[in-house]
Unconditional design. Structure first.
Length: 284
């Protein structure tokens, strides 16, 4: 077992070409277990079958990176897809590089970062990976972006997907919705409308451009409603008229101001009351 040393966060970005820089050993596949904190939760069945076929023909070209556990087994730091594919291919042993200089916390960090760098994650898994690194290890978006070689805006936009309604997130996670659709959908403030449009887009009924058009129309409608509410302050005169008419007619009276015109509303309960109201307004 290699001697354990303190490793910094940046030390986790070691060279993946381990054949020339690390000691490779072979261990039983049954002695290896995945990292439960692995951000990748779904593995495409077809892609795994293709990788398994390649492994049957050519073997594992790049060793799996592991660390020793107190149980005597080994935990995967990097290479879970190769390990899973090797099991499908029927291998009993796999080549590994044991990195006992990496702590449990660093192993989790590296599992997240390896997937993020290789872009193997779906957009939601990626966003959750960023979120976990930032929250669990007190990283800023800027520091994370620096470590991954990405723009800070890219990290922020990715994490913004986590604010989408659950139904929309599921469609994105399943690959039924594009990032372009989600960008357009995020302009819509109403979660119910956003989800409805997302399902239509997932079924192929709405293009990204169509969603953008609807989003702009919805934004315009909301702006008009806001403007309407901000119309000049209600005149005291209207209140005085409401009170006066209500006393004379014996019913509720309401004057409502609108952008396209004002409305005088007089309530009545039956035909007799209506006729009584009319008599007040009809003159010989």
């Amino acid at each position: 077992m290699a001697k354990k040393t303190e490793s910094s966060f940046d030390d986790l970005f070691f060279d993946n070409d381990v054949e020339s820089s690390e000691n490779i050993s072979t261990i039983r596949i049954s002695d290896i277990e995945p990292n439960k904190e692995q951000p990748r939760k779904t593995f495409d069945k077809e892609a795994m079958e293709q990788l398994a076929l390649s492994i049957r023909e050519h073997g594992i070209l790049q060793p799996i990176i592991v660390r020793s556990l107190s149980s005597g087994n080994y935990q995967i730091i990097a290479g879970e897809r190769r390990w899973r594919a090797a099991k499908i291919a029927g291998l009993s042993e796999v080549p590994v590089v044991v990195r006992d200089d990496i702590s449990e916390e660093q192993a989790m960090q590296f599992a997240l970062i390896e997937n993020l760098q290789r872009e193997n994650l779906n957009p939601i898994e990626e966003a959750l990976g960023y979120k976990e690194l930032i929250e669990k290890y007190n990283m800023t978006q800027e520091k994370l972006a620096q470590s991954l070689g990405k723009a800070r805006s890219s990290i922020a936009n990715s994490m913004g997907l986590l604010s989408l309604p659950n139904g929309v997130r599921e469609l994105l996670q399943q690959g039924r919705l594009s990032a372009g659709h989600c960008k357009a959908l995020k302009q819509i403030k109403d979660p119910a409308l956003m989800t409805e449009l997302a399902y239509k887009a997932a079924e192929g009924d709405l293009s990204v451009r169509a969603v953008e058009t609807i989003a702009k129309r919805e934004a315009k409608r909301l702006e008009e409603e806001k403007t309407e509410k901000e119309i000049k302050p209600r005149l005291n005169y209207y209140t005085e008229v409401e009170i006066s008419l209500a006393e004379q007619l014996g019913t509720k009276v309401r004057i409502t101001e609108g952008k396209k015109g004002n409305v005088l509303q007089i309530n009545f309960s039956d035909k007799d009351q209506l006729e009584g109201i009319l008599r007040h307004f009809i003159t010989d």
